[in-house]
Ligand binder design. Sequence first.
Ligand code: SAM
Length: 265
Amino acid sequence: MPIRPVGRVAQQNEESPFLFGITKNDLHFLMKIFYFYSCQNSAMSKLYVVPTPIGNLEDITIRAIRILKEADVVLAEDTRTSSVLLRHHNIDTKMYAYHQFNEHRSLQAIVKRIQLGETMAMISDAGTPGISDAGFLLVRECISEGIEVECLPGPTAFVPALVVSGLPCDRFYFEGFLPHKKGRQTRLTALAQLESTVVLYESPHRLHKTIEQCCGFFGEDRKAAVIRELTKIHEEVIRGTLGELVLSLKDKIVKGEIVIVIEGK
Ligand code: SAM
């Protein structure tokens, strides 16, 4: 920026001084520098990862509600599903869809907006984002861009399932969903060798097949538990050996969301 002496008389064709010898153009230039540095430093905001209830809408922390209210944007897996929760807690923050089908292409835009000063709160349909849900890619990208990431503690299905199973929870292995086809047998073979308790997520229509396969790979005497609809009206825990579970589930129609917990070797 050119420095003009105070009181300098403007030449013809030259912009006249606006304030203390500074022209309007100079002022714009200064403002641009200020904006650039504020974006680079203080304006950069952060990403909050916010766990939400896995059924019971009351299972949300006071801080999670405050963060969702204060954030500039809530990144939601399904905005229609999350609007029920947000309405329930009088949160009117605007929501954008962020899920496994658009996470690759929306990543850079989200990161840019955080760098420009917006605070984003990421939620999934239920539980903790990143746990068998989208979230990991955004967290990794933010970290690599030097953006602060904070994950609030809160609901996730595998912790209450593990504890209520009655199986040792001092050491456990969280597998999440087994692959449906390729690699399924390899995973089952590896999991059956683990000494720690194993935790699986499963959908109701695959439950029978998975329990039967686990019985084959882990052995029918291995203790296990099928935990269904945690925190909801029809919450249910079925405990037994894998052999007993195969029999007790045989003609049963099972609905809802399910976690399977299996004793270690
Ligand atoms: N992000 C979630 C978490 O932190 O647990 C998991 C999301 S994953 C897409 C959904 C799976 O989590 C379900 O298929 C089921 O295995 C498990 N799950 C979620 N809510 C549950 C509930 N209320 N009871 C039992 N299992 C549940």
